[in-house]
Design a binder for this molecule. Structure first.
Ligand SMILES: O=C(O)CCC(=O)C(=O)O
Ligand SMILES: [Fe+2]
Length: 300
């Protein structure tokens, strides 16, 4: 069954960095309507809708929350705090912690003049988790679509668990190397060192980023694995691809899925609001972050 989102994907005539066939194949894998929850507004969410929100979040690791238009749509985004915890601020965020994701032309990071900010451009944003250069990356990322671009600007998702299983089946030694070595990711004055897959209380989380905005240092033992992951996650065959619509919020378990977006034409407007949450709230016990691999090899 094709959902509205799928139809929009198929009608898209901007080739972006993917071709039409790749987009079509990738979008067939999951019916986006399964992960879409329609509500009136976040502040008025019913008990039943709440339950459904957690169910979808825990099962699929992402939710598309669709609400009715509001005069001030940011209200919906900020109201998510009750469920997903405190907002983690970003260099570019406003006083509420909201970052505007839109094409600001040749916008560069003032702390690092070499790096163009992808979130402030129309360029493709390759697959990543948010906050890889932070000591405590956000557990939840929410991206609210204010205006989609007509062409391109498609959202992409890859499960960390799929990456893990792929390595387990095809590159077992490389996976073991990844579990025992750390990688350092630096952006401006922020830096963090950790393994790509981390186990805590039987659940595994993933952090990954591989673009030229950040600098990445790693020991030779993990270079091959890093490149295998980079290729795997950026292959459209392994992605879920869909187009976010206005009044939809894409909620991600940032410890379980990678996300990205395709490029869009320079002369088109596309605007999202992004917010990162720490995942610590009075509802935390309803949320299951990270994944449990089918086959465990983690020792310790
Ligand atoms: O533009 C998008 O859809 C994604 C942006 C993103 O991943 C980010 O700003 O971290
Ligand atoms: Fe992101």
């Amino acid at each position: 069954m094709l959902t509205d989102n799928h139809q929009m994907v198929n009608k898209d005539d901007f080739v972006s960095n993917l071709d039409d066939k790749e987009i079509f194949e990738a979008s067939k894998k999951i019916d986006i309507s399964q992960v879409t929850l329609k509500i009136r507004k976040v502040a008025e969410i019913s008990e039943q809708e709440q339950q459904r929100l957690f169910e979808i979040f825990n099962k699929f690791k992402f939710v598309i929350l669709q609400s009715e238009p509001l005069l001030n749509p940011q209200e919906n985004l900020l109201a998510l705090k009750i469920f997903f915890g405190s907002i983690i601020k970003h260099k570019r965020s406003d006083e509420n912690g909201i970052v505007s994701v839109e094409n600001l032309g040749n916008f560069t990071d003032s702390t690092d003049s070499n790096s163009q900010l992808l979130s402030a451009s129309n360029q493709m944003f390759s697959m990543h988790t948010d906050g890889t250069y932070e000591n405590e990356p956000p557990r939840v990322v929410a991206m609210q679509c204010i205006m989609p671009s007509k062409n391109g600007g498609l959202s992409q998702i890859v499960y960390g668990e799929s990456v893990y299983e792929y390595l387990m089946e095809n590159h077992f030694q490389e996976l073991q190397n990844l579990l025992t070595h750390t990688i350092t990711i630096t952006r401006g004055d922020q830096t963090a060192t950790r393994a790509i897959f981390l186990e805590k209380e039987g659940r595994i989380s993933i952090t990954f980023r591989a673009d030229s905005v950040v600098s990445i240092a790693m020991p030779p033992e993990v270079k091959k694995a890093f490149n295998i992951i980079k290729e795997y996650v950026n292959s459209p065959n392994n992605q879920l691809i869909f187009k976010l619509k206005a009044n939809q919020i894409l909620l991600l378990d940032n410890t379980s899925v990678l996300h990205g977006r395709t490029s869009f034409p320079d002369n088109e407007v596309r605007k999202l609001n992004r917010v990162c949450f720490d995942g610590i709230s009075e509802y935390s016990h309803h949320l299951k972050f990270g994944f449990i691999p089918k086959n465990k090899i983690l020792s310790s």
